[in-house]
Design a protein. Structure first.
Length: 81
């Protein structure tokens, strides 16, 4: 498994996954987009203002979420434990 990662090789005409080949153009559009074209995933200011009780859990070896990024984001949430 590669988690949520998509690699160019998945779409190759010669060695790719047959079912993914029709989506090669979509892959190209996403790959060519600059990170500024995407909206922010989190509003840091709102996370700091929240009053909702929050408990966080994360796995160091999670294949989908970088542990350090998750810890950094949790650290921005007011009162998170």
């Amino acid at each position: 498994f590669t988690g949520e990662m998509v690699f160019k090789e998945f779409f190759d005409k010669e060695f790719g996954v047959e079912e993914l080949k029709p989506y090669a153009r979509v892959r190209d559009v996403f790959a060519s987009s600059s990170s500024s074209a995407w909206s922010k995933l989190y509003d840091d200011e709102q996370l700091a203002r929240t009053t909702a009780p929050v408990a966080c859990a994360s796995y160091v070896e999670d294949m989908f979420v970088d542990f350090n990024l998750a810890a950094e984001t949790a650290g921005k949430i007011k009162g998170a434990r």
